[in-house]
Design a binder for this molecule. Structure first.
Ligand code: NAD
Length: 250
């Protein structure tokens, strides 16, 4: 079902058929947005999402392919007639000890950069016109990047993964300057979140349980609650909000 030219605001959440992205997309649908769900390959999920959220849509695209990234924006704008919110959530990780330099091959660096840095950039560049068109002074359009605490601290599943998230954080601030005032750009830097991606991160889970002031990692819905707040905060731009249960204080 589509709402071409609708007054209802439209949000695209990448990687939204699992984990943090699914929680954010579901939350934004509850907040009243028309949501465009996206994943690399989830045909079955597509039917259940469309049924659960009338007016929503689903687009499949492999974001490691720049032409598919560009097409994703074109399809969403064509289906819904506008785009107000872009959440760059899709991402990949690699777990490599920081001392094992040879394990982090150039090919691995490139694949992580393709999905975690170049894809968000391509989507933002492609969405800029539509985001500017739907922006109003009292309600600017909004880009929200899901980075990681690994991009802020000297930690993370691997050095290449942490470097991609640091790049995404820096891009967030530079774009907040370039795209203001019509488009706000912010990021959430989560710590450990219980998702399919983090199932193998047993050491990180232990660290959050034993050392973080909140005594546990986050649930995806708690990151979605913060995303909802940032989307609704019409004066906020250029911020990287660390959501790590206070671990950075220790
Ligand atoms: P997840 O594996 O459930 O979600 C990742 C999503 O990205 C999936 O929907 C997947 O389809 C999508 N994706 C991956 N490669 C893609 C590609 N080439 N094309 C299109 N889509 C692709 O994991 P998650 O934990 O929900 O991760 C969401 C975001 O949160 C990621 O950017 C991740 O780096 C970040 N993050 C996660 C944690 C954590 O502890 N789980 C912590 C910090 C940051």
């Amino acid at each position: 079902m589509t709402e071409k030219g609708s007054e209802k605001r439209v949000a695209l959440v990448t990687g939204s058929t699992s984990g943090i992205g699914m929680a954010i997309a579901t939350r934004l649908a509850k907040d009243g947005f028309t949501v465009a769900f996206h994943s690399r390959s989830s045909v079955l999920v597509r039917q259940s999402l469309a049924a659960a959220h009338p007016g929503s849509s689903y687009v499949q695209a492999d974001l490691s392919d720049q032409s598919q990234s560009r097409n994703l924006i074109a399809v969403v704008v064509s289906r819904h007639g506008r785009l107000d919110i872009l959440v760059n959530n899709a991402g990949i990780s690699a777990t490599i000890p920081h001392t094992s330099l040879k394990e982090a091959s150039p090919e691995l660096w490139r694949s992580l950069y393709e999905v975690n840095v170049i894809a968000p950039w391509t989507l933002i560049a492609e969405a800029e016109v539509a985001l500017r068109q739907s922006s109003r002074p009292e309600c600017p359009s909004c880009i929200l990047n899901i980075s990681s605490h690994a991009g802020m601290r000297l930690k993370g599943a691997s050095i290449p993964y942490a470097a991609t998230k640091a790049a995404l954080n820096h891009m967030t601030k530079l774009l907040a300057l370039s795209l203001a005032p019509q488009i706000r750009v912010n990021a959430i830097a989560p710590g450990f979140v219980d998702t399919p991606m983090s199932q193998a991160w047993t050491a990180a889970q232990k660290l959050w349980t034993e050392r973080s002031p909140m005594g546990r990692g986050a649930q995806p819905e708690e990151i979605a609650q913060l995303a909802s707040l940032l989307v609704a905060s019409h004066y906020l731009t250029g911020e990287i909000i660390i959501a790590d249960g206070g671990l950075n204080l220790t």
